[in-house]
Design a protein around this ligand. Structure first.
Ligand code: ZN
Length: 197
């Protein structure tokens, strides 16, 4: 009778690697020189993508990964999205703050995907990948992200336009609403006048 399980199935291999990854992350987090949140997030994203490649059927090696596979990965992530993206037939299409629930799907927000791709693109090259072979920098991925941005901007009534960096002048800060403070002033002046009497 053999009590030691052989790690011959792909499932147990995955389990083992997940445990190792978690251990590494907690070890890093408790070390005095804690890496930045960006670095931590980048490492987690890279591990997630690694898991995705491992679980891919048929199995997919990183070296054979193309922009098309990255798009597949992004679509796979959509099922975990939390951003409501209204379809064109939804009455709330184009409403930033719909007054009622609707059955439209939840997706990954464009901003999350854009940041994710940026981190994975950097991680790929940090792990020895060549910039010209970087699947996260593929034209198809750029076009896809632009499409998602435009679609979500329309569906959610939100503009994602980048702030123009060429202009050194910043718009003046929005004045703080004075409703509450004027009320305070009014009541305190009333208070003062009642004391005076
Ligand atoms: Zn909707």
């Amino acid at each position: 009778m053999d009590s030691v399980p052989e790690p011959d199935s792909s499932n147990s291999e995955n389990m083992t690697s997940i445990t190792t990854i978690n251990t590494n992350i907690s070890a890093l987090a408790s070390s005095p020189s804690t890496p930045s949140r960006y670095e931590n997030q980048k490492r987690r994203d890279w591990n997630t993508f690694g898991q995705y490649l491992k679980n891919h059927r048929p199995p997919l090696a990183l070296s054979r990964c193309s922009g098309a596979h990255v798009l597949e990965f992004l679509r796979y992530l959509d099922q975990f999205g939390k951003t409501k993206v209204h379809t064109q037939i939804c009455p709330f299409f184009g409403h930033p703050n719909p007054p009622a629930p609707c059955p439209c799907p939840l997706r990954q927000a464009w901003g999350s995907l854009d940041a994710l791709i940026g981190r994975l693109r950097a991680a790929f090259e940090e792990h020895g990948g060549k910039p010209e072979a970087n699947p996260f920098g593929a034209r198809a991925v750029r076009l896809f992200l632009r499409e998602v941005r435009d679609l979500q901007a329309k569906a959610r009534g939100i503009s994602y336009e980048k702030k123009k960096r060429k202009r050194p002048q910043q718009p003046p800060p929005f004045p703080v609403p004075t409703g509450a403070s004027s009320n305070t002033t009014l009541s305190s002046s009333l208070h003062c006048s009642s004391i005076n009497r």
